[in-house]
Design a binder for this molecule. Structure first.
Ligand code: NAP
Length: 307
C-alpha cells in the first residue's frame, strides 16, 4: 500500500517525546526531576516487558523511575501499604499499578488508592470525573495518544462520525469521551452490539479496541474511513497469521523466522485498501501510549508544584 496513508504512530510518539524531553530539561534547571514509580505484582511476562519499556522511556527523556516488584502472593494490605508510601513520598510524581493484577487482588479497589494527583494512568474516579466533564487532568494514556496521533497527522475530528469498538475503562470509554469533547458524533460498540459491521461501516473515524485479533474486516469499514487499531496480540498460531496475512507476506516471513508476530484487531490486509488512513501494528498506537504516559508524568510533576 501507499506508505503515505499509514498513520505513523512511531513518528508522532518520537515528536511527543522530544517535547517531553524539552520540558524535563526546563524543570531540571529549577532542580526538579520528574519521577515515575511502577508497581508490578506477580510475574506476567508481558507486564514485565511493558514496565521495562516505561522505565527505559523515562531514562531516555531524563526522568527518574523506580519499579517495585512484588510477588504474586502479595496481600491486599501489603499492596495498599506500598501505594500509601508512594502517595506520601514527595519525590514521587507518578504512580502506576501495572494491570492485570493477580486474581485475588481487586484492581478497582487498588487503583482507587492511588493519589489522584499522581494517577498518571488517569484511572482514579476523580480523574475519570474530570475527563467526563471535559477538563481532563490525566487522560488515560492510550486514548490520549490516539487523539495526539489524529491531531498531529491532520485528521479532522470535529463534526465527523466516530465509532469506537470496545467500552473498557482503559481504552473504549475514555476514547469515546475524548472524541466527543473534540466534537465528533460518537457511537460506542461492544460485544452485545447487533450487526457490528452495519454500525462500524458508518464511521468516518473507526477506533478498534476489542481485544480480538483481526475482528474488523473489509465489511466493517466504509470506503475512505480513518482506521485506528488499538489491539495488540502476539500470535503464535501460523494458521491465524496466514489467514490475516496470506502468503506471500512480510508478516508470514517474520512469523516463520521468529515463531510469533504482533497483530491488531483490524484485518490490515483487507481493510487497508478501503481506508484513507490506517495505523499499522506494531508501530501504530503502542508507542503513543508510552509517550502519553511520559507527558502525563511531567504534567503531574508540574501540577504538584503549581507550575
Ligand atoms: P478489554 O477490557 O478486553 O475490552 C474489550 C472491549 O471490546 C469490551 O468492551 C468488549 O465488549 C468489546 N468486544 C469484545 N469482543 C467484541 C466483539 N466481537 N464485537 C464488539 N465488541 C467486542 O480490552 P482493552 O483493555 O480495552 O484493550 C483492547 C485491546 O487494546 C486489546 O487488544 C489490548 O491488548 C489493546 N491495548 C493496546 C494498548 C496499546 O498501547 N496499543 C493499550 C491498551 C490496550 P463487552 O464490554 O461487552 O465485553
Amino acid at each position: 500500500m501507499d506508505e503515505s496513508r499509514l498513520l505513523d504512530g512511531s513518528a508522532v510518539a518520537a515528536r511527543m517525546q522530544e517535547e517531553v524531553a524539552a520540558e524535563v530539561a526546563e524543570l531540571a534547571r529549577s532542580g526538579v526531576r520528574p519521577r515515575l514509580d511502577a508497581v508490578l505484582v506477580g510475574d506476567d511476562p508481558a507486564s514485565a516487558v511493558y514496565v521495562g519499556s516505561k522505565g527505559k522511556a523515562c531514562a531516555a527523556l531524563g526522568m527518574a523511575s523506580r519499579t517495585h516488584r512484588l510477588p504474586a502472593t502479595t496481600t491486599r494490605l501489603e499492596l495498599e501499604e506500598l501505594i500509601r508510601r508512594l502517595n506520601d513520598d514527595p519525590e514521587v510524581d507518578g504512580v502506576l499499578v501495572q494491570l492485570p493484577l493477580p486474581a485475588h487482588l481487586d484492581s478497582r479497589a487498588v487503583l482507587d488508592l492511588v493519589d489522584p494527583a499522581k494517577d498518571v494512568d488517569g484511572f482514579h474516579p476523580a480523574n475519570v470525573g474530570l475527563l467526563v466533564q471535559g477538563r481532563p487532568r490525566f487522560a488515560p494514556c492510550t486514548p490520549f495518544g490516539v487523539m495526539e496521533l489524529l491531531r498531529r497527522e491532520g485528521v479532522e475530528v470535529r463534526g465527523r462520525r466516530a465509532v469506537v469498538v470496545g467500552r473498557s475503562d482503559i481504552v473504549g470509554k475514555p476514547m469515546a469521551l475524548l472524541m466527543l469533547h473534540a466534537h465528533a458524533t460518537v457511537t460506542v460498540c461492544h460485544s452485545r452490539t447487533r450487526d457490528l459491521a452495519a454500525v462500524t461501516r458508518q464511521a468516518e473515524i473507526l477506533v478498534a479496541a476489542a481485544g480480538q485479533p483481526g475482528l474488523i474486516g473489509a465489511e466493517h469499514v466504509g470506503e475512505g474511513a480513518v482506521v485506528v487499531d488499538v489491539g495488540i496480540h502476539r500470535v503464535t498460531d501460523r494458521d491465524t497469521v496466514e489467514r490475516l496475512f496470506p502468503a506471500p507476506s512480510r508478516k508470514l516471513d517474520v512469523f516463520d523466522r521468529k515463531g510469533a508476530v504482533l497483530v491488531g484487531d483490524v484485518d490490515f490486509t483487507r481493510v487497508a485498501p478501503r481506508a484513507a488512513r490506517i495505523t499499522p501494528v506494531p508501530g501504530g498506537v503502542g508507542p503513543l501510549t508510552i509517550a502519553a504516559l511520559m507527558a502525563n508524568t511531567v504534567r503531574a510533576a508540574r501540577l504538584r508544584r503549581g507550575r
